[in-house]
Every structure is written in C-alpha cells, then in structure tokens.
Design a binder for this molecule. Sequence first.
Ligand code: NAD
Length: 437
Amino acid sequence: MPALPPATSAPAPAHALPSYLNAEQLGPWGIYLTQIDRVTPYLGTLGKWVETLKRPKRALIVDVPIHLDDGTVAHFEGYRVQHNISRGPGKGGVRFHQDVTLSEVMALAAWMSIKNAAVGVPYGGAKGGIRVDPRQLSEGELQRLTRRYTSEIGLIIGPTKDIPAPDVNTNEKIMAWMMDTYSVNQGITATGVVTGKPITLGGSLGRREATGRGVFTVGVAAAQRINLPVPGARVAVQGFGNVGGIAARLFAEAGARIVAVQDHGGSLCNDQGLDVPALLQHVAHTGSVAGFAGGDAMTAAEFWAAPCDILIPAALEGQITEANARHIQARLVIEGANGPTTPAADDILHDRGVLVVPDVIANAGGVTVSYFEWVQDFSSFFWSEEEINQRLVRIMQDAFSAVWEVAQQHQVSLRTAAYIVACTRILQARDLRGLYP
Ligand code: NAD
C-alpha cells in the first residue's frame, strides 16, 4: 500500500445535506458521514477531495409496477445508487425489504466503495433495493417484480458499468432473473452483469459461502492478535442467514461453541454449544431459529448480554446501539452485517476494550468472490473451489494485516484504519483522474 499522507488536525466540516434528504431522513447515511468525518484528519492533501465521498455519484429512484396474481396492479419503489466509481465499475447487492429507503441504499452503496477499496478489488461502490416485503409475494409476483426492477435500472447497470449481487432477501434465483432480463433487453447473454448467479449460468464455486468464510477468516486473524484461542471460544451470532449461518458453521467446525443465536423470529441459547448443522436444517425447514429443540429461548435483551467471547452481528444495520453496547460480554466483535454498530456504540465498545473488526473488512469475502466470478465470466474460464477459497483467504488475511498495521501506526480503531486505507485509495484515484472538464 502506498505511503499514507500525514494526519492533520483540521476540524471536520459541517455537512451540506443533499436536497432530497432532510435531517430526520439521514439514518444510516448520517452514520456513514460521521465515519468519513473521523477519517478526514488522516487524509492529508487528499482531504481536498473528501466532498466526493459525501454525496453519491448517481441515485436512481424507479417506480416498479407489477400485476399481482389477483389481477390488480401494485407499485413498489426501487433504487439503485452508485456512490463512487473512481476505482472501477459500481459493485454492490440488491436488497428486498419493507424498510428499504433511499438513505439506507445510499449508505450501503458508500460502504461498498469503502469495502472494495479496503480489500483492493477494482470496483467502486453501488447498492440497490426495493421497498417490499418479499414474503408477501408469490413466486410469480417476485419474478415480475425482479424483472421490471432490472429493466428500470438497466439504464445504469452493465458488466463494465455496475454489477449487482445478492443481499438481504435476494438470492441466486433472483440473480438468474436479473441476468436474463438484462440479457434479453440487450440481445446478448451478459453473464457478467450480476454476480452470485447459479453455477450453470456462470456463477462461481464458493460464492454462496464466501461472505461467511471471510467473516471466519478475519475473525481467526483478529482472535490471534488478542490471544483468543478459537477452539473452545464462545460465539454469539445475530442473523442466521447466508452470512451468519455459514460463519457459525465454520467457527463450530474450528472447535468454537455457538452459545447464542438470534434471527427475526427469536433468540436461542445453549451454553454447551448449539448443534449448528441441525439448527441450519431447522432454519431451512421453518425459516427461523425459533422453536429449535436444541436450545433455550431467550429475550432479545438477554441475547446482547449473553456470556460469550466473540459476537458476530450478521443481520441488519443499527443493531449494536448505546442501549446494548454496555452489556456486550464479547472481547471481539466481527461485523458480518453492513453497518451493525452505531458510532456511539462503537465508542462505548472501544472504551471498554472490545476489538471491533469493521464490516468493510469483515464481510468483504462476498464481494471478493464476486470479483472472482466476474473475472471468470469475462475470461470464460472457471476455477476450482479450492483455488477460489485459497485466493479468498489470502486477500482477506492481507487486507486485515494492512488495516491492523495502520491502526497500530495511528493508534486508531480498526474501523478508522480501514477507512484511512480505503479513502486514501479512492481519493488517490480521484486525484489522478482529475476533474472533467
Ligand atoms: P439473509 O437474508 O440470508 O439473512 C438475514 C438474517 O438476519 C436472517 O437470519 C434473518 O432472520 C435475520 N434478521 C432479519 N431481521 C432481523 C432482526 N430484526 N433481528 C434479528 N435478526 C434479523 O441475509 P444475509 O445475506 O445473510 O445478509 C445479512 C447481512 O450481511 C446484511 O447486513 C447484508 O447486507 C450483509 N452482507 C451480506 C453479504 C452476502 O454475500 N450475502 C455480503 C456482505 C454483507
């Protein structure tokens, strides 16, 4: 990594809000802006470009009308935000959730810019979403929604422009529909327009497990730095989906005990360690950890205070707050989710000596293997799963080590260190490209 510019003590400038958000709507975008303020003093002369990071390059809002099965027409609001494309095409997932907002998608897109730069994959940051509860839709309605949304954002996505991927409540099947819709509209077969596809459509081996595997890889690296042996460690996991479920399985296979889990349906504990394969099967059949016979139910508050060594938030943003951060028992928090810790909670954990591995490093395994998938699609040459996992582990370990060194050098948190690494890379690209015209 290039030499870092010296830190300055310049005060963080006040934020100019974009006209389409008022202060109450800031939400996760406000959290992101606070994180940028914290890193600004470390950007040296590149700080002159920092405003670039405080506004999305493009934000597209689309109306997504579909025929419901009963013959009526329903309208849904969709978004695709490209936060920054200085280092490469936009890259980031698509979320289907009833609480999706423009502010949230802006923040998620910005976190993708930071993440892609922090691990060094050649992408900018983007994200998309539809404000919908997909559980209320039939399979046919979901397919029509996905296809119409893809067609609407087709103006700005493409294999060299912006490449979507799965996120909360989207999966391989939805990526296949997106790839097909874009391809039909273009009159080509454009496998590289999305990642996280089924293997038969140009997907990559290892992609489904990649984010959880990355969480595990940096988790082990971080545990080593604080002399916390993983075998025997007690692990609590919030969110038992693609990220949390896989991370839990890998930690359990490494000899850790998964002592507490929580998902949208409830919270469970078992001091002896939950049977993770059985719990995964239970979730596959019932949709939630709730009702699993191998653990005791507990409240959400009890989950956050559960005795454990490692906590993995792997559900949604804003979960670790001022209210629960003081009760967390873990020595190590590995952020599987995007933005799970508020800045105030971050400070509390830091003051209490809890090491937080930030989302932009911890969950970068997914986008790293997405990058491998995109490269394989372009070259039409596919790698073995072993090759993919080896390359993934190497990139994650190197990224973690680089961030750890910057944290030591500046005596800052791993989050600020990751932002220093990432923002320096993005703004160097901005500086070298210059301003057009
Ligand atoms: P998923 O849909 O597979 O799983 C989400 C999990 O969160 C489910 O277990 C769900 O029950 C739980 N959940 C939802 N609402 C909750 C609530 N209010 N309280 C507790 N649990 C709740 O999603 P995923 O792909 O595992 O993504 C989880 C997080 O990881 C998101 O923040 C996502 O942005 C992030 N992420 C995902 C990937 C990826 O490759 N899938 C990559 C990077 C980051």
